[in-house]
Structure formats: C-alpha cells, structure tokens
Design a protein around this ligand. Sequence first.
Ligand SMILES: *[C@@H]1O[C@H](CO)[C@@H](O)[C@H](O)[C@H]1NC(C)=O
Ligand SMILES: *[C@@H]1O[C@H](CO)[C@@H](O)[C@H](O)[C@H]1NC(C)=O
Ligand SMILES: *[C@@H]1O[C@H](CO)[C@@H](O)[C@H](O)[C@H]1NC(C)=O
Ligand SMILES: *[C@@H]1O[C@H](CO)[C@@H](O)[C@H](O)[C@H]1NC(C)=O
Ligand SMILES: *[C@@H]1O[C@H](CO)[C@@H](O)[C@H](O)[C@H]1NC(C)=O
Length: 591
Amino acid sequence: MQNNPPSPLPTAPQTLWRRIVTRPWVLTFFVAVVVGLALLVGLAIGLIVVNENGHGDGAKASDPRIPRANLGYATYRGTLVGDRRDVAQYLGMRYARAPVGDLRFRKPLDPEVRQGREVKADAFGPACLGISAPYPNDAQDEDCLYANVWAPANATVESKLPVWLFIQGGGYTVNANANWNGIQVVQHSGNSIIFVSFNYRVGLWGFLASERVRADGDLNVGLLDQRLMMRWVRRHIAQFGGDPDHVVIHGASAGAGSVALHLLAHGGNATDPESGEKLFAGAVGESVFFPAQPFLDELEWQFDLVLQRTGCDDKNKEAIACLRGLSTEVLQAANFPAPFPGGPDMPIDLFFWTPCIDGELLRDLPYTLFEKGQFINVPVMMGGTTDEGTVFAVNAATQDEMVKFLQSNYPRLSEFNTSAILERYPQLDSLPNHNIWFPSTARAYGETTFICPGAHILNSYVRHLNSSKAWGYRYDVHDDDLIAAGLGVPHVFSSWAILGPESESGPMGGPRSYYTYNAGVVPIMMDYWISFVRTLDPSRTRYMDTPVWQSWGQADRRLLVQTGNVSIELMPDDQGDRCAFWGTLAPIMRQ
Ligand SMILES: *[C@@H]1O[C@H](CO)[C@@H](O)[C@H](O)[C@H]1NC(C)=O
Ligand SMILES: *[C@@H]1O[C@H](CO)[C@@H](O)[C@H](O)[C@H]1NC(C)=O
Ligand SMILES: *[C@@H]1O[C@H](CO)[C@@H](O)[C@H](O)[C@H]1NC(C)=O
Ligand SMILES: *[C@@H]1O[C@H](CO)[C@@H](O)[C@H](O)[C@H]1NC(C)=O
Ligand SMILES: *[C@@H]1O[C@H](CO)[C@@H](O)[C@H](O)[C@H]1NC(C)=O
C-alpha cells in the first residue's frame, strides 16, 4: 500500500469529470448550465446596481469598460468622461456616515458597509446646507458628506499617481464649488494626476460652538469632515490609481483658510493623532480667508441664539438633545446671521459662522501659531488676486460707513484702532459704479482678510524654516466686464484658470474672457499648479516660456500673473507695511 500515493481527489468528482469529457451531450448540457448560471448572476448583479439613495437601474455591472473602485465598504461604479472618454469620473461617493440624528454636531464616522452591492457614482451628492438657504432644497441637504474623484481611465492600483485634493470655499457657511469638476486638470496633466473634491458641513451644521457642544459632541466638525476626507484619500485613493503618500491639498477662499488651519492643527503636528499618519505632502492656499475666528467662550451667545430661535432654550430641556431632536427643516430655519456682539451692523451674511479656537485642534489664533512657528513643514504656495475685497466691501460713501463695515465684521476693533486704519487707507481713486470710500474699504478688507494672512504664512515659513519651498503669487488678470463694474480683479477670479473655465459644471462655464482674450492664462496657471501637485515645485513642469516661480524668500517675491504677461515682482513696501500693521491687530481681531 505504501507504494500507492493517495489519490488527490475523491472518486466521485473524478467520475463526473470523466463522464463530462467522454460524453459530448453531457458536456453540452454542462456548458449550457454553466453559461446560463453565469448569465443569471450577471443579470442579477446588473439589476442590483444602485445609487446612494438605493434606486436601482438596469445597466449591466459586468461591462469591463465601466470604471469601478472597490473601497471595501462599497464598490462604486463611475463613468468615462471627457472628449476622449479618457477620464474616469466618480461622483457622489459617501465618504462618511450621514451626519444626521444622533450624529449631528459630532465628528464624522466612516461610512457603513454596503455589502454585495455596486453603487452608481454618476451624480453629485447634495451639497451641505448653506446659510439662509430654504429647506427643502433640491441641491442641498443635511446628509451631504460626499466625495468625487477624477482619475485617468487607464490608471491602475499600481499607478501611484500624485493626488490633488481640492477643498472648496464658501466662507465656512456654504459649499461654493460643490459641482466643479476635475476633467480639465486631469486631461491637461497628460492623465498623470488624480483630482478629488468633496463637501463638508458648514454654517450652523459645521461650526456650532459652545462648551455644551464640546461636552456632548464635537467642535469644528466642518474641519473634522475635511480631516476624515484626507484619511479617506490615504486609505482609498490607490483604488483609483493614486499615491496615498503624495497628496497635495489646495483650497480656495475658506478652503484656503482651512488649508492654513490644517497646517496648524494640533500645534502644527504633522502626524494626525487619529490615524498616526501624515495627511498631506504639500499645501496650496488660493485667497487665504481669515475672518474673526473667536475663542470658544466668545461664541456662547451664538449658541444661545440658536436655542432661542428653535425653542430649545426651555430650561427643562437638555439643549443639545433638543437640537438633535429637531427636524432638518426647523434647525435650518435657524441658520441665518445676526450682528456680532459689539458690532454696529450685520456682518457679511456669508461670514457669520466660523471655526473657533477650541484649544485642541486649534490651540491658539492662526496668526499667533504661525508667528510662533507651530505649523507643519511642507512645501506651500499662497496668494490671491489684486482686489480681494471688492465683492465683499460695503459701497461706502463716507469714512464712517467704512469704519462701520469693518467693525461689523471685526467687532473688537476699537475707535483707536479704526482711526489707525483710516490713516493707512486714505481715499483712493474712485472706481466705476461705486461711492468714493468704496476703493479704500475694499482694499482694507481685502488686505486684512485675505492678502495679509497669505503673506504672513509665507513670512512665517521663511522666518522659522528659512524655507525655499514657500511660493507667493498675485493674480492680476483683467476681465473687461469686471473692471467696468468697478470690481477690479476680484476674489478667487483665479479659480477658472487653475481648474479650467469648464470645471464649473453647468451650461455657462466660467467667465467669457477665459474663452477669448484670457484663454492664454489657463494653461499657464494650470501648469504651475499641476507641476506643484506632481513635484511639490511649481516650476518643474511649468508652461513653455513662463518664468521660474522664485520662492518668497526674504524679499517677499511673488509671481505676478497678468493677461499676456507673467513675471516676478516684490511685494511693494507700502503693502508690506500695511500687512505688518494688520499683524499687530490680528490678536484683537481674532485672526
Ligand atoms: C495612460 O495614458 C496616458 C496618455 O493618455 C499615458 O501617458 C500613460 O502612460 C498611460 N498610463 C498607463 C498606466 O498606461
Ligand atoms: C504628534 O502626534 C503624535 C500622534 O498623536 C504623537 O505621538 C506625537 O508625540 C506628537 N508630537 C508632538 C511634537 O506633539
Ligand atoms: C487697538 O485698540 C486697543 C484698544 O484701544 C489698543 O490697546 C491697541 O494698542 C490698538 N492697536 C493698534 C494697532 O492700534
Ligand atoms: C537660507 O537659505 C538660503 C538658500 O536656501 C541660504 O543661502 C541661507 O544661508 C540660509 N540662511 C540661513 C539663516 O539659514
Ligand atoms: C511684463 O511685466 C514686467 C514686470 O512688471 C514688465 O517689465 C514688462 O514690461 C511687462 N511686459 C509686457 C509685455 O507687458
């Protein structure tokens, strides 16, 4: 017996196999059964493809041309887009559990597992509820934590492409760019990068602040959504062809403000305490937004106001439980601004809710932390447009109106401070369609809220790190319509050049000039950005014949982008002086 090796298979299957291969009709029958079963399974899979809301469609899931990404908790089915169908687009993928019911005012959680189902990712998810928006609302909802990915169609799990994670703006109170797409940047990169965007909670839903929220929930959950998104990218982006160790975050406006806050998070610790990982390799701030970002104890009045507006101020009710028990409609009806205490008038509507200094995620005021060197050391690009303040400033006819506007938005400014401001912002040449104190008001607001914060970050990188990897820019591309309207080169006018004029999904696309006399600036801006995303240096793969973008350095050098001309300029001394002045006011203004 020892000479006979044990049979590798039991006899019955061997017999079955022999019967199949030796008798043609059995073989035919067997093949027919197998093929039939496969068809049935395929059809069944096709029929259970659903979208995030659970609605099925009849498409076959087995078509190999359909891009899919298996994220473990769900398999998402994208579509091929772009004129050459060379970009795989995934829209409306849930990156966190719906932040509703008991999860309101809490840090976001990973999504629930949706086993055995393929989920359609062919439409943007709802944006998060914005300030003063009506509800119900076709485009916005409380269940809003959705992400979008654009990847080269030929990318694979082995591709390890650089990742551009875009943090949209909207003043921390709306999702301003929820439906922008990354098709143009992926194509323009020669299909060598991945672009990602997402929604995060804003307004009352994202930034309700009080010790009572801290005790039974979390503060700054809108920023925590962004951090969960960064961890999601680390964990899942390889499935789309991306490199989790090479993620560049780029924010516009409040997204740029958010980038600044992530540079400062947990005292500027590069290691995220939640995951033990480094979340990003480079950071870009496009029009860095620093509103007043008060300490937690300075926001209790705002929380009390919400309790009053919702009837949750009843002493017999537990406040947070009461707020969590309200319908979306009732709570959204309380999501509107009021004057800040000490402010003479309403602040800019959009800028009522903001991140707060909570002592943990944000240990101190942003200006102070940069000043002290408590920030993450990664390559950074920061800058903005020439006329950041024009779309926000009140159309002031008098100095008093200018002062009132500044104090309404920064209510801690004293009379003493505002006279110092007026000294530095004398009356400027008038602008079309505007009263005589508008240009000074716009310049003061634009410099204090956007331009000087960006310069302060760059100065901090140079002062503390002697960093040669800190780049500044001024975007000065003129659009005739905007100039004629007296708006100069307004806030985030650069976005259509950086992301492409067609990135704003919808029939209109970006401003007309980007299709005509300003078309030439699009590949220039896009290439500097793509170069930074790919190599952490904006010049390495810049557009032909454009200058090397020299770093900020001791001389405050910045790239100057104009219609038909790109050059390097130094930040003018008078602007540097005004920024230094705003730096002394920043602690008072809570920036
Ligand atoms: C994908 O296609 C682009 C051209 O569109 C090419 O440059 C790139 O090498 C391709 N990548 C892979 C992984 O095949
Ligand atoms: C940074 O955070 C990590 C993770 O929480 C921690 O282990 C480390 O000690 C922190 N580093 C500093 C300098 O605080
Ligand atoms: C701003 O006003 C406060 C209170 O009057 C004063 O202490 C402070 O020195 C002022 N700062 C500047 C830069 O004017
Ligand atoms: C700062 O860096 C430059 C070049 O990057 C170098 O020439 C200079 O010596 C450095 N200065 C200090 C104080 O380290
Ligand atoms: C481009 O900008 C530089 C620096 O401001 C300037 O010297 C030059 O004349 C400009 N060229 C054109 C064609 O406008």
